[in-house]
Design a protein around this ligand. Sequence first.
Ligand SMILES: Nc1nc2c(c(=O)[nH]1)N[C@H]1C(S)=C(S)[C@@H](COP(=O)(O)O)O[C@H]1N2
Ligand SMILES: [Mo]
Length: 332
Amino acid sequence: MTNVAMDPASPYMRHPLRPHQLTDRVTRAADTIVLCHLGIPKLSAAEWSLTIDGLVRRPLHLTFDELIQKPRTEIHSVHECCGSPLRPDIPTRRVCNVVWGGVRLADLLAECEPQLEARFLWAMGADHGTFENVQCDAFVKDVPIERIAADVLVAYELNGAPLPRENGFPARLVVPGFYGTNNVKWLWRIVLAETRADSPFTTRWYNDPVNGLSGHPTGETRPVWAVAPESVIVSPAPNQTLEAERDTEIWGWAWADGEIESVDIGVGEKPEWINAQLEPRNGHAWRRFTATWRPRQPGEYSLSSWAKLDSGETQPAAAARNAVHRVPVTVI
Ligand SMILES: Nc1nc2c(c(=O)[nH]1)N[C@H]1C(S)=C(S)[C@@H](COP(=O)(O)O)O[C@H]1N2
Ligand SMILES: [Mo]
């Protein structure tokens, strides 16, 4: 599946909802983030198939009809673009939270009998073209094999309906808890391998520089896989006017690959802290937080939300893709 027609045959993206527009727990399909590096392949369910080979004893070849006859699983998961692979320091907040339907990849792999040496899974999309002036035969990502036991899906539904074309029709990979870039759309081949994939999307792009204790780059890189702790304030909206001496509800969403222990709301530049209530975890779906703030005095305030993991890791104040979200408000 290497020369599927592309329409469009150039990068395509949708403007994401802004944080104050993320009022729905489950984002409508038409409002999901969309990011296509090379364009959108024109694929029908009839011409699609999935091959799983490489370090397996029994390679597998599945048609779409065969795929949808397998046991179906649903997963609620946050789906977040990490932003430009060239700028890990810019928070883009391209995020949504959706319900994926599909087949557990662990079940498919069990049929293939992976060999012990298999450490990574390479996932290949049917899209091809040019990105950043580099000619790419396919969009390829890799995932460590131990991650597959979690809820990794070969998904063919988004919010209970067939995947829209731009979201990967007929089927895509979904790795809940990993950044969206790892969720390979138009998935047609999976290869089990001993090493990471040798593709521009796994070597040249989507590897963050690692900083040493001094804060300077060590020269090493880390793949853009697990989602770092993050949160957004949905309400109040930017520049909203609030009343002094009146309770205001501040609410939003928090998510991470790891375990979020708390969300704190900072009020003002030298923040005064309010500990938010956080709803229980549901897999990798985002979690609603709420806090009550009673502004005492009129003035201009900046509200910020800080998600913290049980490891102590929290959101950076600036210059990171998961830097805190700040909302300016006016109190009268
Ligand atoms: N085959 C393929 N898969 C892809 C991409 C792509 O360009 N080609 N873009 C990735 C990126 S960077 C993101 S953020 C998500 C976006 O998924 P969506 O468009 O369905 O929301 O898809 C990922 N999967
Ligand atoms: Mo992305």
